[in-house]
Write a protein that binds this ligand. Structure first.
Ligand code: ADP
Length: 618
């Protein structure tokens, strides 16, 4: 440096808060150091956006018409990184203002929050913050910012600092518009001169920055921020490609929503419904797949605040303009901005599904089969949208073929005028449901019953409770009218009574009551409950939580029109204490328990079955 040049170097002290801030950043931010590059690229991109704006109105500017891009040079020998842009650049005054003072209130708040957490682990908090330009001192010994403003009469200047106390300003040899940040890395941060490392960091955080980022000869960020385009300008191929890029899915998505909101809040969202579900979605209810961006710059992976849990299978991005720059996980958790976005997105997704349900039922069912069981959680958790979600529920039905589904609305449409309730029956699979004795009463009378095989549906039915003022009840809880056809029932009422009291005796510790049935047609007997049914899986769960748990006993109903029951009554009449009768009754009870999928020890039943076979063949 010549004497004249040395005279031109001016030393300045950082503002007091600035120094504190830098100290904290450098000494507390030991995780996520890589974000320094995101911050610098972000600043460069902002500077170029500003320039593009100025170019609209001013023609007499430095380097007019140049292609805007970011250039990153790596120098392993000198242990340096240079980040260069041709944005608006900075004048001497701007260098001092922008890089020497705490201008942003966000930065000050950051400082306050850090101080408040003095004795706690700061890494969690800080690691998630964007701390702007100064984060470069996490990895740098010394930083020189050479800059030449777009204003033609301004000289190129440079700002240099080691990040402690002072910085200097001096004339610079930079002869083109923009800013060049020369980062002298600390010895232990040598990895950042590696091309592979740097490219990875760029891909992770800055893939969608709209200006080209060049590392050596390579243009690293090839994806465009598709979500910012007008819906009409987005091609299906681009959507599919973008989806595959962010989701790592090989399949094309089933559908998507795209929003460009402007007004009270400005944001874009591009969310996809995958074609197929993955086991993860079920096993990890805390995992979300929507990434949060702030002005095209990546902020947070899998942000939990953008969708309700029951829509966690959606994948995509949300890009907000309204978040504070220093956004952290703690900030997103309490952000009113994100809460509003979440509400809007939820409505849009539901609207999309309603559209499918109405106009593309096959697509809707594809969705429903894949994600229905997650989506249904919303019926309980999203009070605001409950009615809409209930309308989207689909069930199998006793009146429809195996592969057909019905909504509550369609069920109501088929209902007879005199029917006052919606009935359902739950069980392990459709086949066993269709042949269940519990259905006989309804089949004979042509009353439709919804058949459900998902545990969550059995759980939800009582939560929904009513549809269109119509009560939804389990068939077991239905009040049944006495059977009109008692022609075959020629048994003496007294014999029946005696028989019932004998059975009560035999099954005293296993049943709540024994009574004559009005609901059976072809089956000899059935178990029903006064309290309403409990699904076997649910029972299993109760037992897991409490080993002493005992399921409530059930009521056994007998069909006196059935030959087997009639024979038993006759046999009882002849010999009231017959051990054969006792055995038959116990076997019958075991068989009913088996039908309910709740028989814990099937040995006795099987043994009896073999014996009866042997007798019948004799
Ligand atoms: P923030 O980006 O949050 O404003 P920074 O500390 O990162 O905070 O940067 C401070 C200011 O310095 C920026 O607001 C901008 O005016 C200026 N600046 C930083 N980098 C550049 C750049 N590459 N080109 C032009 N101006 C820049």
């Amino acid at each position: 440096m010549s004497k004249k040049e040395q005279e031109d170097v001016k030393e300045y002290s950082f503002q007091a808060e600035m120094e504190q801030l830098m100290h904290l950043i450098v000494h507390s931010l030991y995780t996520h150091k890589e974000i320094f590059l995101r911050e610098l690229i972000s600043n460069a991109s902002d500077a170029m956006q500003k320039l593009r704006f100025i170019e609209l109105t001013e023609k007499d500017i430095e380097g007019v018409g140049e292609e805007l891009k970011i250039n990153i040079k790596l120098d392993e020998k000198k242990n340096q990184i240079i980040v260069e842009d041709n944005g608006i650049g900075m004048t001497e005054e701007e260098l001092k203002q922008n890089l020497g003072t705490v201008a942003k209130s966000g930065t000050l708040n950051f400082l306050k929050e850090l101080k408040a957490k003095e004795n706690e682990s700061k890494t969690d908090l800080i690691g998630q913050f964007g701390v702007g330009f100064y984060s470069v001192f996490m990895v740098a010994n010394e930083v020189t910012v050479k800059s030449k403003s777009y204003q033609k009469n301004e000289k190129a200047m440079q700002w240099t600092s080691t990040g402690t106390g002072k910085y200097s300003i001096a004339p610079s040899d930079k002869n083109n518009r923009g800013t060049e940040i020369i980062i002298q890395l600390k010895k232990e941060e040598k990895e950042y001169t590696g091309e592979y490392t740097i490219k990875n960091i760029i891909q992770k955080y800055s893939s969608f920055v709209e200006f080209p980022i060049q590392v050596g000869e390579e243009h690293v960020n090839k994806s465009s921020a598709l979500w910012r385009k007008k819906t009409s300008e987005i091609k299906t191929e681009d959507l599919n490609e973008f989806y595959k890029f962010i989701s790592h899915d090989f399949n094309e998505p089933l559908g998507h929503i795209h929003l460009n909101a402007e007004g009270a809040l400005t944001y874009s969202a591009l969310l996809f419904i995958p074609e197929k579900t993955t086991i993860d979605v079920f096993q990890k209810p805390d995992e979300f797949h929507v990434h949060l961006y702030l002005k095209k710059v990546f902020i947070q992976n899998d942000c939990k605040e953008l969708l309700p849990s029951y829509l966690r299978f959606l994948k995509g991005v949300v890009d907000s303009e309204d978040l504070p720059l220093n956004v952290s996980r703690e900030v997103t958790q309490h952000s009113a901005v994100l809460a509003k976005i979440k509400k809007a997105l939820t409505s849009r997704v539901i609207k999309l599904l309603e559209g499918w349900a109405e106009k593309e039922p096959e697509k809707f069912l594809k969705f429903y089969k894949g994600f229905g069981n997650i989506f249904k959680e919303g019926v309980e958790s999203d009070y605001e949208n409950k009615d809409k979600l209930v309308n989207l529920l689909r069930f199998k039905s006793s009146s429809l073929k195996d592969d057909a589904w019905t909504s509550f609305a369609d069920y109501l449409g088929r209902m007879k005028a005199e029917q006052k309730k919606i009935y359902y029956l739950g069980g392990r699979n459709l086949e066993s449901l269709r042949s269940s004795p519990a259905l006989e009463y309804f089949s004979v009378r042509g009353i439709e019953v919804l058949l459900i095989t998902d545990l969550i549906d059995e759980y939800l039915m009582p939560v929904i409770a009513k549809y269109n003022e119509m009560e939804i009840i389990h068939v077991e809880k239905a009040e049944v009218e006495s059977s009109e056809n008692k022609a075959e029932d020629t048994l003496d009422e007294n014999d029946k009574k005696n028989f019932i009291s004998r059975i009560k005796n035999i099954l005293a510790d296993k049943t709540e009551d024994i009574r004559e049935s009005n609901r059976l047609v072809n089956s000899p007997c059935i178990l029903v409950s006064s309290a309403g049914p409990m699904n076997p899986q649910m029972e299993q769960m109760m037992k897991m939580m409490n080993p002493d748990y005992k399921a409530p006993k059930k009521i056994m109903e007998l069909n006196f029109n059935h030959p087997l029951i009639r024979k038993l009554v006759e046999s009882h009449k002849k010999d009231a204490v017959s051990p054969e009768l006792e055995k038959s009754v116990k076997t019958m009870f075991d068989a009913l328990t088996l039908l309910e999928d709740k028989l814990e020890n099937p040995n006795q039943l099987v043994e009896n079955l073999f014996e009866y076979m042997n007798q019948s063949l004799a």
